[in-house]
Write a protein that binds this ligand. Structure first.
Ligand code: NAP
Length: 495
């Protein structure tokens, strides 16, 4: 199958480079679903159907587990150096194909090309980082306190892993799981989001070219993720579930995995506070807010969801942010001048609209944007709201769109209390010139990650993850990411 056959002439121009296969990728083969059904893929910029991918059945899922289980012994016994070199080749190939892959992400997700390029660079880094980690996995050796025996701890691949990823970073959320899993010696089945399957399939072909053996990575798309995942988790050969997505689905999957006592890593929703103190560098805070809010048009788990600004800098910040947001170029993701693409679906636009209307009804004032755009495509304009009250729904739920709600505060204690007034705890941003205050506030905020005087914290070399309802476990970082895919085996030895 070839995506180029399914897309419009205009989009075709972007794809003269690519022959993206999009059958189910199982055991190194591309195949239709067992019942021949497909899922249509829609370009959110135009609402045009651009491709169709197979809709996997329970039989297809069983075949994917068979393939991953069959490949497991060979992959775990592949020397770490060899695994490392294959991962390094994945990194290099992603770099060589960066433009084409970015265009594909932009087409199926709608994000601006510049965001898609950033995503590919970030996604590729997980292969480079984990290529380096693959050869540094070591065990422990010591004497038992009693002196009776030696303690040896060996770290072994956990087994077959099911990986489930969302649509907002179709490449990076997949490589953030696949690269450490493969470094650890595991084989995987990836189920990407139904809205953005093409990137996952394009990358599967790239892994094969880089030397990943058949069955080590399998990819399947399905419109029935509940039953398909439940069936996979019920297979005793599956030992790991790594999920990135909403907290609601994460909770259901944890319950499902509990039935079979399967290890879970959960990267879930966020509600990041962005705190600006009076002593902040205003321009730096505005630059950071634009990145933290508008990367991916606001469709990021780490997106600044609530902007708390101290009274003394509040008006200047609000005015500065409104000017920058209103000046953004909104348009079709693949157009080079676009700075803010569409949302992923009409449903997402309607949700944002509901949240904005709710905030306004409770007293918020619109500084810019605030109304759904006419015409084709799932667009919502960059929007700034001021005087957003604490009881507005958007203060407690992920907006996942280009809306910046600003709330005024007076002192540090109030800022911390506001920031922690949420069930989530993924990311937080702090702007202040006082480093002692920055570190003090960072230590009191309940979140897995803090950006201090920065609008971006994601880095494959640092542990990514949340506390509270934002998840369990970490991805990336020194040892953290790979450790999620390993089991410690203790051997007591008398010598
Ligand atoms: P979602 O609805 O939870 O979907 C995520 C994935 O789960 C998709 O592949 C989806 O498949 C699948 N899924 C849905 N229902 C399922 C079920 N019953 N059983 C098994 N799988 C199921 O989330 P989303 O809307 O795609 O993504 C946005 C969410 O992800 C936001 O909450 C965001 O904060 C979070 N996120 C978190 C991180 C992080 O690192 N913490 C990173 C990125 C995104 P279908 O597409 O087929 O429905």
């Amino acid at each position: 199958m070839n995506i180029a056959a399914d897309i419009s002439d205009e989009d075709q121009d972007m794809f003269d480079y690519a022959t993206v296969s999009h059958g189910l990728y199982i055991g190194g083969h591309w195949r239709p679903s067992s019942d021949g059904r497909v899922i249509e893929v829609v370009d959110p910029s135009t609402e045009a159907v651009i491709a169709a991918v197979p809709d996997a059945t329970l039989a297809d899922a069983a075949a994917a587990i068979d393939a991953a289980a069959k490949a497991a012994a060979g992959w775990r016994e592949t020397p770490p150096r060899k695994r490392s070199e294959i991962l390094r080749r994945c990194f290099e190939l992603m770099g060589e194909r960066a433009e084409a892959l970015a265009a594909l992400i932009s087409l199926e997700n709608g994000k601006a090309l510049r965001d898609a390029r950033g995503e590919i660079a970030y996604a590729a880094e997980f292969f480079r980082w984990n290529a380096e980690e693959a050869v540094r996995i070591s065990g422990e050796f010591g004497l038992a306190p009693s002196g009776a025996n030696r303690i040896i701890v060996d770290y072994q691949p956990i087994g077959v892993c099911v990986l489930i990823t969302p649509w907002n970073f179709p490449a990076a959320m997949a490589t953030r799981k696949i690269a450490p899993a493969l470094a650890a010696g595991c084989t995987v089945i990836l189920k990407p989001a139904s809205e953005t399957p093409l990137t996952a399939y394009a990358l599967a072909a790239l892994y094969e070219e880089a030397g990943v053996p058949p069955g080590v990575v399998n990819v399947l798309t399905t419109s029935t993720p509940g039953p398909v995942t439940a069936a996979m988790l019920a297979d005793p050969r599956v030992r790991k579930l790594s999920f990135t997505g909403s907290t609601g689905v994460g909770r259901m999957l944890l319950a499902e995995a509990a039935k079979h006592v399967i290890s879970c890593s959960m990267e879930l929703g966020g509600n990041a506070p962005f705190i600006v103190f009076d002593d902040a560098d205003l321009e730096a805070a505005l630059d950071g807010a634009m990145v933290a809010k508008m990367r991916n048009a606001g469709e990021a788990c780490t997106a600044a969801n609530r902007l708390y600004v101290q009274a003394g800098i509040h008006d200047a910040f609000t005015e500065g942010l409104s000017k920058r947001m209103a000046a953004l170029n909104v348009g079709i993701g693949t157009h080079p001048q676009t700075e803010c693409g569409p949302m992923i679906t009409r449903k997402a636009v309607d949700k944002i609209d509901r949240l904005v209307k709710d905030a306004v009804a409770r007293g918020a004032r619109i500084q810019c944007g605030g109304a759904i755009a006419e015409g084709k495509g799932y667009f919502y304009p960059p929007t700034v709201l001021r005087d957003v009250p604490a009881d507005a729904i958007m203060a407690h739920e992920e907006i996942f769109g280009p809306v910046a709600p600003i709330m005024r505060f007076d002192d540090e204690a109030e800022a911390i209390a506001n920031a922690n007034d949420t069930e989530y705890g993924l990311a937080a941003y702090i702007y202040t010139r006082d480093l002692a205050r920055g570190m003090r506030v960072a230590s009191k905020i309940e979140s897995g990650m803090i950006a201090l005087n920065r609008g971006l914290m994601s880095d494959p070399a640092a542990p990514f993850g949340g506390v509270k309802q934002s998840g369990l476990g970490r991805e990336g970082g020194q040892k953290h990411g790979v450790a999620e895919f390993m089991e410690a085996k203790y051997i007591a030895v008398t010598i």
